[in-house]
Design a binder for this molecule. Structure first.
Ligand code: MN
Length: 709
C-alpha cells in the first residue's frame, strides 16, 4: 500500500525538507479528522486524499496544493471549519480547501439554469486561485479510478459529468495527462463493452505492428543522429476515446485508424525542432497540407509543437510531432507546468506564458459574467470557450453563422439558404478557393459561389453534418432524379418509336391519353419516369401506343427495330451511371444496361460483368455525343521499377498531361519491382492513349494495363 512515507520520498525529488514536513503534517491532520471513516472499497478514508496528493506530486505541484489535497474533504466530511484550518496551515491552504469544497458541492445536471449557476460558482472559485481547479481535477481523477463499486447508473452519471465538464476544463488548461485519463475512464464507465473491445483490438494491433513500428523508429532515430542533432524518438499511442470518436465521427474502420504510426521527437531547443523537421521531410515525403506549426502559433491552451505527416514505406502514413522538452512538459501538464518550473527555481517562458494565459482566460470569464445580462447568457459565453463544439464563421457581409464542430462549406451554404446550398459550386474561405468538403474553423469568412443551373451532388452526403443540409440535399436529389429520369425516358421511348416512323412529339395526345389505362400509368410524366428508371420497357410501351393509335392490336414493329442508338454525353446525371467495373471512356464502344430503379448503366461493349447481354429490352447500343466536357475515371495497372520519388514522378507526369489522379496505390512485389494502381480522370480514349505513351517513356516500365474488371 502507498504510504505517506512513499510520498515524502517522492517529494524529496523537488521540494525542500520543511515543505515536505508541512505536507506530512497535513496528512496526519486529515488522518485524524477522517478517523473511522472508510471508502466504499473498505480502505481507510485517508487513502483517498493521499492518492490525490500523489497525483499532484507527479505533476510537481507546490506544497500548498499538496496540503490542500490532503485536507480537501475535511471541511465537507468532518465538520472542521475553514477558520480552524487557517490557524493550523495558513490562509492560502485554507482558501484552497474551501474552494475545492465549494466545487465538490456543485453537481452538474441537465437543468440549464442550475448548470449556469454552477458554472458561475466554479469560475469564481477558479478565479481566486487557479490551483483550486487543479486539486479538484486530481480529486476527480482518483474518484474515477476507483469508481468500481458504484451502481451502474450512478457510475454513468459521474462519468458523463466528468467527460462534459472536468475533462474539458483539463483540456482547456492544457493538462493533457489528466484529460486523457479522465476521458478513457469515463468512456469505460459509459460504454464498458465498446471500450473493452477497442482495448483488445488495440493490444492485438500493437502486437502485429511492433516490428514495423520499431523499424520506423530506428530509421527516424538514425537520421536524427546522423545529422548530429540531439533528439529522442518515441512511439506514441492513441487513447481509447480518441479512437472511438474517430470511428464514430469520421466513420472510419478501426484498422484504418490504427494504420497510422505515431511518433514524437523530443529535442533541446526550438532551432533543433525545425532542423529535425527538415531531416524527417528529407527521409520520407511529407503529406501535403498536413504540416502544422504550433510553435510559431501556439494553440489557445498554450500547446506548442510541430506536426507533420509522412508517406512511409508501402504508403503507410507516419505522424510525427517534434517539440522541445519544455513544450513536452507543457503538452502534458499545461498550466501545471508553471509550478514544475517554479519548483526548480528557474522560471521558464513557456510555462510562465501558459500561466498568464490561464489567468487571462479566467479573468475574461469573470468580465463576461459582469457584462452578461443573466446567467443563461453567461453560460452561452462560457460554453463557447470551454466547449468549442460550436464554431462561428462569417458571411461576406459580416453576419455570424453558428455551426456544429465538423461542419463543412456545404453545411454553411445550406444554413444561409437552401437555394444557395443547392446551387453551390465553389467556395472561398478567407478569400482563397477551397474544396466544398473543407471543414470550417471559427473565425473564417466564407463566400459561396453559386451557378444558376448547379445541382447538389450525392457525394455531399458523405461529409455534411447538419440535418438541414442532409435533408435538403436528399430532397433536391430526389427531384433531380425524377427530372432526369423523365428526360431519359423520353429518349428511350423515341428510340423505340423510331421503327414505327413516329415519335412522342408527333403522336396524337389523345392516343397517349387512351394508352395510360392499359399501361397502368396516370400521366405522361409518370410513364416517362418509369421508362427512365427502367421499371417499364420502352419497346413494350411503344408497341402499346401503336396498338392504340392504329386500333388493331398485335401488329409488330419491323425487324430492324432498335437500329437508332441513344446518344450520351456523360452529363445526364443521376439516371445515367458509368459502370465502375470497366470505366468506359468517350471513344470506347459502349452499351447501355437498363436496370430497374437505377436507370441506365453504361458499360464497355466487351465488359465481362454485363448481364442480360442478349435481352434487347435491357441492353442496347449507345453512342457518345460529339460534345463532351466531362472527365471520366479510368484505372491503370503499371509495372515499374520501384524507386524513391516514384509517386511524385507519376503525379507530375499525369498533371502535365492535363489529367487528375483520383487514387494511387503501390503494391511492392519485391524490392525492385512495384505495381502501381492508378485511377485517373481523363477526357477520353485519345487523352488516355497520350498519357499511357508518356508513362511508357519512363525508365524501366513493364506492362501497363487498363483495368477492365
Ligand atoms: Mn475527494
Amino acid at each position: 500500500m502507498f504510504t505517506i512515507d512513499d510520498l515524502a520520498d517522492r517529494l524529496g525529488g523537488y521540494l525542500p525538507p520543511d515543505e515536505i514536513q508541512q505536507v506530512k503534517r497535513a496528512f496526519y491532520y486529515a488522518e485524524q479528522a477522517h478517523d473511522g471513516q472508510r471508502r466504499r472499497s473498505g480502505e481507510p478514508y485517508v487513502t483517498h486524499p493521499l492518492a490525490v496528493a500523489n497525483i499532484l506530486a507527479n505533476m510537481h505541484m507546490d506544497h500548498q496544493s499538496l496540503m490542500a489535497a490532503m485536507l480537501h474533504d475535511v471541511i465537507e466530511d468532518t465538520g472542521v471549519s475553514k477558520k480552524a484550518l487557517g490557524a493550523q496551515f495558513g490562509e492560502p491552504v485554507a482558501e484552497l480547501v474551501d474552494g475545492v469544497s465549494k466545487l465538490t458541492q456543485i453537481t452538474f445536471e441537465d437543468k440549464a439554469v442550475a448548470q449556469a449557476e454552477n458554472f458561475q460558482k466554479m469560475v469564481l472559485a477558479m478565479s481566486r486561485d487557479i490551483r483550486v481547479i487543479i486539486v479538484k481535477l486530481a480529486d476527480r481523477l482518483h474518484n474515477m479510478r476507483t469508481l468500481g463499486a458504484l451502481r451502474p447508473d450512478k457510475k454513468r452519471r459521474i462519468a458523463r459529468e466528468t467527460l462534459e465538464i472536468y475533462a474539458r476544463i483539463a483540456g482547456r488548461l492544457g493538462i493533457n495527462t489528466i484529460r486523457v485519463e479522465l476521458e478513457d475512464l469515463s468512456f469505460q464507465a459509459i460504454h464498458p463493452m465498446r471500450s473493452e473491445r477497442i482495448k483488445r483490438a488495440v493490444s492485438n494491433a500493437r502486437g502485429h505492428r511492433r516490428s514495423a513500428m520499431r523499424e520506423v523508429q530506428a530509421t527516424l532515430q538514425k537520421s536524427v543522429d546522423d545529422e548530429a542533432l540531439s533528439g529522442t524518438v518515441v512511439g506514441r499511442q492513441k487513447h481509447l476515446l480518441s479512437i472511438y470518436r474517430k470511428m464514430r465521427d469520421q466513420r472510419k474502420p478501426f484498422a484504418e485508424i490504427m494504420d497510422v504510426f505515431g511518433f514524437r521527437i523530443i529535442t533541446e531547443d526550438v532551432a533543433s525542432c525545425y532542423r529535425i523537421l527538415g531531416v524527417v521531410h528529407n527521409l520520407y515525403k511529407p503529406v501535403p497540407g498536413r504540416f502544422k506549426d504550433y510553435i510559431a502559433i501556439p494553440k489557445a491552451n498554450g500547446y506548442q509543437s510541430l506536426h507533420t505527416t509522412l508517406f512511409g514505406a508501402r504508403g503507410m502514413p507516419i505522424e510525427v510531432q517534434i517539440r522541445t522538452r519544455e513544450m513536452e512538459a507543457m503538452a502534458n501538464n499545461g498550466i501545471a507546468a508553471h509550478w514544475l518550473y517554479k519548483a526548480g527555481q528557474t522560471s521558464h517562458p513557456i510555462a510562465e506564458g501558459s500561466h498568464a494565459r490561464a489567468r487571462a482566460w479566467v479573468k475574461g470569464l469573470l468580465e463576461m459574467q459582469r457584462h452578461a445580462g443573466d446567467s443563461l447568457e453567461f453560460i452561452e459565453h462560457v460554453k463557447n470557450d470551454l466547449f468549442p463544439d460550436d464554431i462561428y464563421v462569417f458571411t461576406p457581409k459580416g453576419d455570424i453563422m453558428e455551426l456544429p464542430q465538423g461542419a463543412t462549406v456545404i453545411d454553411f451554404a445550406y444554413s444561409v439558404h437552401t437555394d444557395i446550398g443547392n446551387n453551390c459550386i465553389a467556395c472561398r474561405i478567407d478569400r482563397h478557393l477551397a474544396p466544398l468538403s473543407s471543414r470550417l474553423e471559427s473565425g473564417q469568412t466564407l463566400e459561396i459561389i453559386t451557378a444558376p443551373g448547379a445541382r447538389p451532388n450525392v457525394a455531399w452526403l458523405n461529409f455534411v453534418t447538419t440535418a438541414k443540409a442532409r435533408s435538403a440535399i436528399r430532397h433536391a436529389l430526389k427531384h433531380q432524379q425524377h427530372t432526369e429520369a423523365v428526360i431519359l425516358g423520353r429518349r428511350l421511348l423515341n428510340k423505340a418509336l423510331a421503327p414505327f416512323n413516329t415519335s412522342l412529339e408527333e403522336l396524337d395526345p389523345a392516343v397517349l391519353n387512351r394508352a395510360f389505362e392499359p399501361l397502368d400509368a396516370s400521366s405522361e410524366e409518370e410513364l416517362l419516369e418509369s421508362l427512365g428508371l427502367g421499371t417499364r420497357v420502352a419497346h413494350v410501351v411503344a408497341q402499346r401506343l401503336m396498338d392504340v393509335a392504329d386500333g388493331h392490336p398485335g401488329e409488330r414493329a419491323s425487324e430492324e427495330a432498335g437500329q437508332k442508338s441513344v446518344v450520351i454525353s456523360g452529363s445526364e446525371g443521376m439516371v445515367t451511371n458509368f459502370a465502375r467495373c470497366c470505366h468506359p471512356l468517350p471513344g470506347d464502344a459502349v452499351v447501355g444496361h437498363l436496370s430497374v430503379g437505377k436507370g441506365l448503366v453504361v458499360h464497355r461493349a466487351e465488359c465481362k460483368n454485363l448481364v442480360d447481354r442478349d435481352d434487347p429490352d435491357k441492353v442496347f447500343a449507345l453512342e457518345w455525343s460529339a460534345h463532351i466536357d466531362e472527365d471520366f475515371p479510368v484505372a491503370l495497372r503499371i509495372e515499374i521499377e520501384s524507386r524513391r520519388g516514384l509517386v511524385a514522378e507519376l503525379a507530375g507526369l499525369v498533371t502535365d498531361a492535363d489529367a487528375n489522379i483520383e487514387r494511387i496505390g503501390i503494391e511492392e512485389r519485391d524490392a525492385r519491382l512495384a505495381t502501381v494502381n492508378l485511377t485517373l480522370s481523363v477526357k477520353g480514349r485519345v487523352h488516355l492513349a497520350r498519357i499511357m505513351k508518356r508513362i511508357r517513356n519512363l525508365p524501366n516500365v513493364g506492362k501497363i494495363t487498363r483495368m477492365a474488371n
